[in-house]
Design a binder for this molecule. Structure first.
Ligand SMILES: [Zn+2]
Ligand SMILES: [Zn+2]
Length: 268
């Protein structure tokens, strides 16, 4: 095994219809494992079905800030029970704050939904996947009360200063195919700034297809190889070394059990 896609949505339209082929192409591209992220209750059911189908897929369940307005006040109880029940659900999330698309009233609703999930992660001793867009200062402020948690700021798109603030709190940083986009110099800066042991690579598929397949193909876990290649080039390190390091980081972050079936195979 060389690479792990630490963040994708195998349950979203475009990938859901062709999961088996997508997983097969990932393996062929050297992507031995992936983490599929559930973002709202109906999606959680699909994630659990996906985990039952593929032993190289681990999962995370959370309420994405886009869906914060849809859940009832007692959503956390059911979410916690679901995470507890299935061992291959290895993280809480994605959850966080996204102020890019929403009016202030909806942003206010995102905060308590976010905090409830951080509390679940603390109770269950699980890592957390954070989705933060145009809200870095505020999310960083909230995480100061949760620095005992292991967390990743996935699909990082903030400024170098924001990246430094997250690193100071102990965050892992997830880099997507955005690193290959001409108009995203901050993502490349982040890809260089992050210390080797805090760096994760991800696709966020079906979104954000990296070059050279951008606007040509829907994104899928196999393409995390393009992300890793560009990150290695930015950091001036060998691609194999970057793959080894980020895979070690993914195992450290999600836990060995997350990828147990795959790690056992690659050791054999
Ligand atoms: Zn996200
Ligand atoms: Zn996502």
């Amino acid at each position: 095994m060389t690479l792990i896609d630490t963040h994708c949505h195998l349950t979203y339209t475009g990938l859901l219809e062709q999961q088996a082929a997508v997983v097969q192409r990932a393996k062929a591209a050297g992507v031995g494992a992936m983490v599929t992220i559930g973002t709202h209750p109906p999606d959680h059911a699909l994630v659990l079905q996906t985990l039952a189908r593929f032993d190289c897929v681990a999962g995370a369940l959370g309420v994405h800030p886009h869906h914060a307005g849809e859940v009832s006040d007692d959503f956390a109880e059911a979410l916690e029970a679901q995470i507890t029940a299935v061992p291959r659900v290895v993280a809480v999330g994605e959850c966080g704050l996204d102020y890019h698309f929403y009016p202030p009233a909806e942003c206010a609703r995102q905060r308590p939904v976010f905090v409830r999930q951080l509390e679940i992660a603390r109770r269950l001793n699980k890592p957390v996947i954070l989705h933060v867009r145009d809200a870095h200062a505020e999310a960083c402020g909230m995480m100061r009360d949760f620095t005992d948690l292991k967390f990743v700021v996935h699909c990082f798109t903030g400024t170098p200063d924001e990246c430094e603030s997250w690193l100071a709190l102990g965050a892992y940083i997830g880099i997507t195919g955005g690193v290959t986009y001409k108009n995203a110099p901050d993502v490349r800066t982040a890809a260089r700034l992050v210390p080797p042991d805090r760096l994760l690579v991800e696709t966020d598929a079906p979104y954000l297809s990296p070059q050279p397949v951008r606007k040509i193909k829907i994104n899928e876990p196999a393409f995390v190889a393009h992300v890793a290649q560009r990150v290695a080039a930015e950091r001036g390190v060998d691609e194999m070394e970057l793959a080894r390091q980020t895979t070690r980081n993914a195992v450290a972050f999600f836990g060995e059990k997350a990828f147990a079936a795959v790690l056992a195979n690659s050791a054999a």
